[in-house]
Ligand binder design. Structure first.
Ligand SMILES: Cc1ncc(COP(=O)(O)O)c(C=O)c1O
Length: 498
């Protein structure tokens, strides 16, 4: 017979728990560990109430919305306290209050569970908070969590100079184009031609950002229980989309020169995933760019094992060092599906991205997208097509901005935080840094209370790993980034001293 703990973990059975008042039945579900709970807590610190009341309120809210479903076993008071950088007593008081209200219940020797609330009503997307503006409220806190860049001036110019006749023409049609505006599909195809990857417009599906492209491609390949290989660390949005589809993730280590190709070969031979998801041209969060030798080895392995690859190239136009237009991975294998975006070069607010794949796959993806949103905004696509005509100029501008911002953040870290080990990013707008032997989750919590926000490493891990890393975004004005690093240095001095 299965023990209680096992039954809870896999949700196989009902369990009765001790709560206030009558005994309550809760359904079992996976336990949540401290670093993950900290991520879900997100912006739990407000103003006014005591720490324990603020913590209790946020947990109450997460239970009410079903973000932490009923039946979830919470981490111990001690481990949550450590991860939050607060005392165990504070967590204990919050838990006591929630137990008294019947939101939580404890079973002797078996921890604390969520009782009240809904089951899985909302996806547990813990990223949305990180799109907050750089300095929140009265400018009290500096937010270095989001690496999303402000749009280039040329984006505003193109929006402002939309030709009235052209718009009238467009508005005279019905405007539903699930596969995308033909002129944009052609512009994206020639963007790839120019990168040395011959492409026909029929190979392009226009999407509402790379995020939608990722999700559509994943949903065509992944069924509940499917094994998917993904870089470790990786982009949180990909982890979320895959998890939401029920994928079982297997991690492939990735570092300064990109994916560990030997580890990839072993994994492909052993588990035959239905999909491999990676970022070879500017990796989020490490900022690395895979060199051409590694690229051809990865493409060769994909072909040899017959594994489709999602090459998420959202950040491809933000290369700072070396060849800024490396040959896309798809040049090495027909099994590679390339995902791209206007977001990082021109502006995220356009919400225009794409998938490049075999025309048959594009047709299936188009049917899926049509069922989802009937097509991306035509106006945004007209602007995107015009902007792609200025891609060279935009790359020059982006590179100059990023190079300066990177120098600013690297100099500041070297001067103020000499024990930290930054990985110099070859592209993108964030710095992946290794901290000497502390919990980055706990440190980020402490820094938040000191007025600066950064993302701890486990945010980018499918396995709650990298708690010795932080990601510091440098997408905002350099003086704010600098001020943020100064605040981090202040927190660090207090943190390592005790
Ligand atoms: C690696 C990566 N992929 C995809 C996205 C989402 O891009 P889009 O704005 O095109 O949906 C982001 C945005 O942060 C990203 O960093």
């Amino acid at each position: 017979m299965l023990g209680d703990a096992v039954a809870y973990r896999f949700g196989l059975d009902d369990g009765a728990v001790e709560g206030p008042g009558p005994r309550v039945n809760i359904l079992g579900s996976a336990p949540i560990n401290a670093t993950r709970l900290v991520r879900l807590l997100g912006d739990w610190l407000g103003t006014g109430d005591t720490l324990y009341e603020q913590l209790a309120e946020r947990i109450r809210q997460l239970a009410r919305t079903g973000t932490i479903p009923a039946g979830t076993r919470l981490p111990s008071e001690r481990s949550l306290g450590t991860a939050l950088g607060i005392s165990r007593n504070t967590v204990a008081r919050a838990f006591d209050e929630l137990r008294a209200e019947g939101v939580l219940a404890s079973r002797t020797g078996d921890g604390t569970y969520v009782v009240a609330g809904a089951r899985n009503l909302v996806p547990d997307d813990d990223r949305l908070g990180s799109f907050a503006s750089l300095a929140d409220g009265a400018g009290q806190r500096i937010d270095l969590r989001s690496a999303a860049l402000p749009g280039l001036r040329m984006t505003a110019d193109e929006i402002g100079s939309l030709d009235e006749l052209r718009v009238r023409d467009l508005v005279a049609s019905h405007g539903y184009l699930p596969a995308g505006l033909p002129e944009l599909r052609a512009a994206i195809a020639s963007y790839y031609d120019d990168l040395g990857l011959p492409t026909e417009p029929e190979q392009i599906l226009v999407t509402s950002g790379a995020q939608q492209a990722l999700r559509l491609v994943a949903s065509l390949h992944v069924a509940p229980g499917s094994v998917v290989a993904i870089e470790e660390p990786s982009f949180r949005g990909a982890i979320h989309s895959l998890r939401a589809l029920g994928a079982r993730l297997v991690g492939i280590p990735t570092g300064p020169s990109g994916l560990d190709v030997d580890a990839l070969a072993t994994t492909l031979a052993r588990v035959r995933p239905v999909l491999l998801v990676l970022q070879s041209t500017v990796h989020n969060p490490t900022g690395s760019v895979t060199d051409s030798l590694h690229r051809s080895r990865i493409a060769g392995l994909a072909t040899r094992f017959g594994v489709p690859v999602v090459a998420n190239s959202t950040l491809a136009d933000t290369v700072i060092d070396g060849d800024r237009t490396p040959l896309p991975l798809a040049a090495g294998s027909d099994l590679v599906i390339t995902i791209g975006s206007m977001s990082k070069l021109f502006w995220g607010g356009l919400r225009v991205g794409w998938a490049r794949a075999h025309p048959d796959l594009v047709e299936r993806l188009t049917a899926l997208k049509g069922g989802e949103d009937l097509g991306t905004s035509v106006i945004a696509q007209v602007i995107a097509a015009r902007l792609l005509g200025r891609v060279e100029e935009a790359r020059d501008e982006r590179r100059a901005i990023l190079e300066k911002a990177r120098r600013c953040v690297l100099d500041a870290v070297a001067a103020l935080l000499p024990g930290w080990e930054p990985h110099v990013p070859a592209g993108g707008a964030s710095l992946w840094v290794r901290l000497p032997t502390v919990s980055a989750t706990a440190f980020a919590q402490r820094a938040d209370r000191d007025g600066v926000r950064v993302l701890p490493g486990p945010t980018f891990s499918a396995f709650e790993g990298f708690d010795d890393h932080l990601r510091i975004a440098f997408s905002g004005p350099n003086d704010l980034t600098l001020r943020g690093i100064e605040l981090l240095a202040g927190t660090w001095a207090g943190f390592v001293d005790g």
